[in-house]
Design a binder for this molecule. Structure first.
Ligand code: CDP
Ligand code: MG
Length: 886
């Protein structure tokens, strides 16, 4: 749809500046801003057309955010000269049509919501609209910087570049700031940043006094950071504007603009805790060409091959037009890009890119720790794609139009080259920007992207979309408390967004690599907000690390469960991450400790974070990393039950006997590390033995280990090591796959570190807990011996699969898991010494009774030195001298 030419004339810039100057001076001063009562639409907006807009006196509602100044020297606009060409292409964007309405609404209201289809120009144009109204320029009524937040670093960098170029000023006037990188200066007027960066700034300057307006972009993505940011800003805006009202001369008000694709805006606008009154919403009309959607007949798990085949087919058979392929992560994307380039890349073009130079740049980024934790691509460790219902693998009944796009306009076999580019968050920014440049003459643009290209970035010239239907999503396993990035189905809303990318320049086609049955049955309508997919302790810890203390009353756009919130706070206190007084945490006011701050840097459940943060002591870090990885992947041992099933009926009895013998031998071998004091040592020694043997299927088969689990543990160890290395360069956490066996001291330290992490999951042998006449009695085996666990009413028992089971029952243990079958069983056990609890979990101890020593002879021997070796509240990087490694 082309806007008619009158329309373009109507939006004459110079004329509008004059109108704005008028609007800012004409009406009577009224400052009833403290608690606004109704959203303000500029009253004249209903009568369209700028010429009529300010005819006559405008009555301003009492709650309008109106800035007054009679001073003729106050700057009211900034002249921008753009090229004719640029100006024309801007005029074609749907937001430009609404420029006046948008600017007026923002000027008059403390909070505005702008809602518009991806690619309508929100991100690139909004900051410019405000800049031209002298926002961000000294001498104006709003000299503070214009901030725009993005959930993704790619978008922050590339949008800063784009806006700088459109304004013809570049950096540092228009700058970006992402973690570990940025080009801002005191000259900066428009600042693109990740939402994480703004949250960190809020921790230091709650009033955001540097800024005059904050635009929270991509709010529909509902990342935890965006949600928290909107919650905080809803309060900051009121505070700042009250202050401004009281002291007009020295401050300016703060405005909040929430921008979103056209999804679920009601989460923000109709949320009474968030905004007492509904903020005005400006809707930007979509300008979208029709897109034909083709479902696959079958849904294959091998979506990489399918995506590649489809790309090649489109390239060979269909008319010119860019292809955008949605995959899930860096590794996948690079492999597809490489293969396509090998076959179809423009040879000259490839040569001119100097692969060596690019490589060294990528490396130096890694060495600088240039990663953002919230965006760490946890790679492909990650379980296979969601299981499909077998039925659904059959032919897709309704829509077998897989080929239909090819029928209509097939061209002769095309032998022109492809211009294949990757696009994902961790790609160096110069490479990211390549997607916006036109492909070389005669070559077809192919962009292989993560869902960064879904709403954040609009790539010009795309006519074909290939949608794998999958994305890597942060998810949380409540069983083991581990967060991971899993490949899972996207939502229907996301699929629609992806499809829409094909209809920007003209009619397009979207090829979905999944059947309509899978789409109907497995796709949610909308993705759940991230805050509901994360362990609540993690969210609380993150907020506390930003000095947001009152978690209980926090205006979350989608609030997590309130009981969960205060339990999380208690748990974090027990872990030592929060300062601990009963009063403060019942009020949600406990504060983060040094330890908690270090823990908050890790994207794992707090108890694992604590083990990792404190785990560097005595050279134990590699073992702790291995244990945390194993716990998060899950049990790698083949169970006795499963073994029975796998014995063949036609095996001779001797052969079966031999297999059983080998099984128990291998189990015993692994369990021998640490003398049956921890189930986690058993898995640690399996990891050690596997790596020592160089991994491989035959080792796993001979030792009754699950190959897949072992491979995943290997990858996760590498990733966590990398994460620690980049967070704390001073600690040597380089990943060395082969572990040397831990010393006796280290084994003890590891048990203490496990205790520190699982301090709430402690069980005591029942007779010791009750101090009856049986207290301290000797038992031969754990069978039938009851334990009392913190927070569990019933008696609990040691699971027969535990390496502790056949020995004497220890007095005190920690456990990683409770399973309920006939009775509650504890799994993942570690023998601990009661004296450790005082130091490792002081807040959880009551010292009313003298503690009875456990009657465990072997334990007594090995625990003759009772002292706690680890320092429970040490974090690295805090100027603490590390104990010597023994
Ligand atoms: O934010 P929203 O999705 O509404 O749109 P936008 O990101 O502001 O993009 C507006 C237009 O600018 C799109 O057509 C983009 O393709 C184009 N653009 C570009 O050509 N080069 C860039 N570096 C960024 C955007
Ligand atoms: Mg945008």
């Amino acid at each position: 749809v082309e806007p008619d030419s009158d329309d373009i004339l109507d939006r004459n810039r110079g004329e509008k500046f004059k109108q704005w100057a008028l609007l800012q001076t004409k009406h009577e001063p009224e400052f009833e801003l403290a608690v606004p009562t109704a959203p303000v639409q500029a009253p004249h907006l209903k009568s369209k057309g700028p010429a009529r807009a300010l005819a006559g006196k405008v009555e301003m509602p009492t709650n309008a955010l109106v800035q007054e100044s009679d001073d003729p020297n106050v700057l009211r606009s900034v002249e921008v000269s753009r090229t004719e060409e640029l100006q024309t292409s801007r005029m074609l964007l749907p937001v430009t049509e609404l420029e006046q309405e948008i600017v007026e609404t923002v000027l008059l209201n403390p909070i505005t919501v702008i809602c518009g289809e991806t690619g309508s120009g929100k991100t690139t144009q909004l900051p410019q609209f405000l800049f031209e109204r002298a926002f961000g320029t000294k001498g104006s009524l709003n000299p503070g910087i214009v901030a725009i937040t993005q959930p993704r670093r790619v978008a922050a960098v590339s949008m800063a570049n784009r806006v700088g170029a459109e304004l013809g000023v570049g950096s540092p006037k228009v700058a970006y700031k992402i973690r570990y990188d940025g080009n801002t200066s005191p000259e900066t007027a428009i600042k693109f940043m990740t939402d994480g960066v703004l949250l960190r700034e809020l921790a230091n300057d709650f009033l955001l006094s540097k800024y005059s307006v904050v635009i929270v972009d991509e709010a529909h993505e509902r990342s935890v950071n965006t949600d928290i940011l909107i919650g905080v800003l809803s309060r900051v805006v009121t505070l700042r504007n009250n202050r401004w009202k009281e002291n007009l001369q020295s401050t300016s008000p703060l405005r909040l603009v929430i921008m979103s694709a056209t999804l679920r805006v009601s989460d923000f606008t109709e949320n009474k805790t968030l905004f007492q009154q509904q903020p005005p919403v400006v809707n930007v009309a979509a300008r979208q060409h029709p897109v034909t959607i083709h479902f696959a007949k079958k849904t294959s798990n091998d979506y990489l091959d399918e995506a590649m085949a489809k790309t090649i087919k489109i390239h060979k058979k269909l008319p010119p037009g860019g292809i955008l392929v949605f995959l899930t992560g860096q590794a996948e994307i690079e492999s597809v890009v490489k293969k396509l380039n090998q076959r179809f890349g423009a040879k000259d073009h490839l040569k001119s890119q100097k692969p060596k130079a690019r490589e060294s740049k990528a490396n130096s980024n890694a060495a600088n720790g240039d990663i953002e934790i919230e965006e760490v691509d946890l790679g492909d460790t990650i379980p296979p794609t969601p299981e499909l219902d077998e039925d659904l693998k059959e032919v897709d009944s309704e829509d077998s139009g897989d080929e239909s796009g090819f029928e209509e306009a097939t061209i002769d076999e095309n032998s022109s080259p492809m211009h294949v580019l990757p696009l994902y968050s961790l790609l160096p920014s110069d490479k990211q920007l390549q997607v916006f440049e036109p492909a070389p003459e005669g070559a077809r643009l192919v962009v292989v992207a993560t869902n960064v290209a879904e709403t954040s970035l609009t790539i010009p010239g795309i006519r074909y979309v290939i949608d794998s239907g999958r994305a890597k999503e942060r998810s949380y396993n409540p069983q083991n408390g581990m967060q991971s990035f899993n490949v899972s189905w996207i939502s229907k809303a996301s699929a629609a967004q992806r499809a829409g990318r094909a209809g920007r320049t003209g009619p397009g086609h979207t090829y979905r690599l999944y059947s309509s049955a899978v789409f109907e049955n497995h796709f949610e309508h909308f993705a759940k907000p991230e805050i509901l997919r994360m362990p609540i302790e993690g969210v609380v810890l993150q907020m506390k690390s930003m000095n947001l203390d009152v978690v209980n009353n926090f205006p979350f756009p989608t609030p997590p469960n309130a009981v969960g919130l205060s339990m999380a706070e208690k748990m974090l206190s027990n872990l030592g991450a929060l300062s601990n007084t009963a009063l403060t945490h019942s009020q949600g006011k406990s504060q983060i400790t040094e330890l908690g701050r270090s823990m908050s840097l890790f994207p794992v459940a707090p108890r694992f974070a604590k083990m990792l943060v404190t785990g560097f002591q005595h050279g134990c870090l590699p073992y702790i990393i291995a244990i945390v990885s194993a716990l998060s992947v899950g049990d790698p041992f083949i169970h006795e039950e499963a073994l029975k099933n796998s014995l063949n009926d036609d095996d001779s009895e001797d052969a079966r006997q031999a297999i059983r013998k080998a099984y128990f031998k291998s189990q015993q071998k692994f369990a021998s590390l640490g003398d049956h004091t921890s189930d986690l040592f058993k898995v640690l020694s399996a990891v050690g033995a596997y790596e020592y043997a160089g991994g491989g299927e035959s080792f796993c088969r001979a030792n009754f280990l699950r190959l897949k689990a072992m491979e995943e543990i290997h990858k996760l160890r590498a990733q966590i090591s990398y994460l620690i290395q980049s967070t704390y360069p001073s600690i040597n956490a380089h990943f060395v796959p082969k572990l040397s066996p831990p010393s006796e001291t280290q084994l003890k330290v590891i048990r203490q570190l496990i205790t520190a992490g699982f301090i709430e999951q402690v069980a005591v042998r029942k007779d010791l807990a009750e101090e009856n006449e049986n207290a301290g009695k000797k038992f031969q085996s754990c069978r039938g011996i009851a334990y009392k666990a913190i927070g569990i009413e019933e008696d609990v028992f040691i699971h027969p699969s535990s390496t502790l089971f056949s020995g004497e029952p220890p007095g005190y243990i920690t456990f990683t898991e409770v399973v309920s079958t006939s009775q509650p069983y504890l799994k993942g056990l570690t023998v601990i010494d009661v004296s450790w609890l005082h130091k490792l979990g002081k807040s959880m101890c009551r010292f009313s009774k003298p503690v009875q020593a456990p009657a465990n002879a072997s334990l007594q021997k090995s625990e003759s030195r009772r002292e706690v070796i680890v320092e429970p509240h040490f974090g690295p990087g805090r100027g603490i001298k590390l104990p010597a490694v023994k």
